[in-house]
Design a binder for this molecule. Structure first.
Ligand SMILES: C[S@@+](CC[C@H](N)C(=O)[O-])C[C@H]1O[C@@H](n2cnc3c(N)ncnc32)[C@H](O)[C@@H]1O
Length: 284
C-alpha cells in the first residue's frame, strides 16, 4: 500500500490516521512470522469447521488453501512458500490428509503439471522479481534499450520492473507455462506476452534480455546471447552470475537480490566488475 504524505489540514490528518490503521491490517506490513502463523491457523480453523459441517475432506482442504491465498500473495520469496506450505505439510504430518481419496492426489498433480510443465522446472519455477529490484538499472545501462525481453516472464513481475526502468521501451515476455502466460497476457496488457520456449525464441532483435532463472541456466543463456544478440546489447540476470564471466556492471537495486548486467561483445573485464550503486554508470 502506498504511503500517504501527512499534511497540515485536519481532513488530511484524519485521512492519514485512517490510512495508517489500514496499514496495520495489511499482512505485508505485519512482522514476520505473523503472516505465516495467521495463515496456518486460519486454514486449520476453516478446515476443521468445514469438516464439522460434514464437508468432504478434499473440499475442506482446497477451500482452506484458497482462503489463505491473499496472505500468501502478501509475502515474497521463501516467506511466501512458507505461508503456503505450512498448512498442507502439517495436514500431511498429522495424517489428516490420509482421509483424502487417491484421485484427489492425481487431480493435484495434474493441476501442478498444468501450471508448471516439466520444461519450466528445468530452468526455474515461479519466483517473481520483487518490485523495485531493477530500480536504477536505467542509469547504469546506456543508451536506453528500445526492445526488451523477459525470458520466462512468469506472472509479469519482471515485466513490471523492466517497465519501471524503461517506460518508453517495447516490453515483451515469453513464458512456457500456458496458464501463467495466459494470465500474464491479461495482467500486463501494456506488454507483448506469448507462450513459448525461451530457448527456441530468437534474441537477435532485442536490446536487452532479462532472466531470473537458475544458476545452471546462465552458461547456456550467455552462449545464446553471444550467438544471437548484436554487440553492445545486454543480458541482465537477477541474482545468478554467468560462470567464469565478469559482469559489465553489478547493481544493488531496490530488492535484496543483486542484478548482473553483461554486455554482449564487451572486452573481458580486467579485474573486478564495475560496481554500481543505483547511481552508477557503465555506458559505452
Ligand atoms: C523464477 S520465474 C521468473 C518470472 C519472471 N521473469 C519474474 O522475474 O518475475 C521463472 C519463469 O520462467 C519460466 N520458464 C522456465 N523455463 C522456461 C522456458 N524454457 N521457456 C519459457 N519459460 C520458462 C517458468 O515457468 C517461470 O515462470
Amino acid at each position: 500500500m502506498a504511503s500517504f504524505a501527512p499534511s497540515n489540514t485536519r481532513a488530511a490528518r484524519r485521512l492519514h490516521r485512517l490510512w495508517s490503521y489500514g496499514d496495520a491490517l495489511t499482512p505485508a506490513r505485519w512482522p514476520w512470522p505473523l503472516p505465516a502463523l495467521v495463515g496456518w491457523c486460519l486454514a486449520w480453523a476453516l478446515c476443521l469447521a468445514l469438516r464439522a459441517l460434514q464437508a468432504p475432506a478434499t473440499l475442506a482442504l482446497v477451500l482452506a488453501l484458497l482462503a489463505i491465498v491473499p496472505l500468501v500473495r502478501s509475502q515474497s520469496g521463501w516467506r511466501r512458500a512458507i505461508v503456503a506450505a505450512g498448512f498442507p505439510l502439517s495436514a500431511l504430518a498429522t495424517g489428516w490428509v490420509d482421509s483424502m481419496p487417491a484421485w484427489a492426489w492425481l487431480v493435484a498433480l495434474a493441476l501442478l503439471l498444468g501450471l508448471y510443465p516439466l520444461r519450466a522446472w528445468s530452468d526455474a519455477p515461479w519466483f517473481p522479481t520483487a518490485r523495485g529490484s531493477l530500480d536504477g538499472l536505467e542509469r547504469v545501462l546506456a543508451p536506453a534499450p528500445q526492445r526488451v525481453l523477459d525470458a520466462g516472464c512468469g506472472l509479469g513481475h519482471g515485466l513490471s520492473a523492466l517497465r519501471r526502468a524503461w517506460p518508453g521501451a517495447r516490453i515483451e515476455g515469453v513464458e512456457w507455462s500456458r496458464p501463467l502466460a495466459w494470465w500474464t497476457m491479461r495482467r500486463c496488457r501494456w506488454a507483448s506476452v506469448r507462450r513459448g520456449d525461451l530457448w527456441a525464441e530468437s534474441w537477435a532483435d532485442f536490446d536487452l534480455v532479462y532472466l531470473f532463472q537458475r544458476p545452471e541456466t546462465m552458461a547456456r543463456a550467455w552462449a545464446k546471447a553471444k550467438a544471437e544478440m548484436r554487440p553492445g546489447r545486454w543480458l541482465v540476470s537477477l541474482e545468478f552470475e554467468v560462470p567464469g564471466v565478469a559482469p559489465t556492471a553489478r547493481l544493488h537495486g531496490g530488492g535484496r537480490r543483486e542484478v548482473l548486467a553483461y554486455r554482449v561483445g564487451a572486452a573481458p573485464a580486467a579485474g573486478a566488475a564495475k560496481e554500481a550503486s543505483t547511481g552508477g554508470r557503465a555506458g559505452r
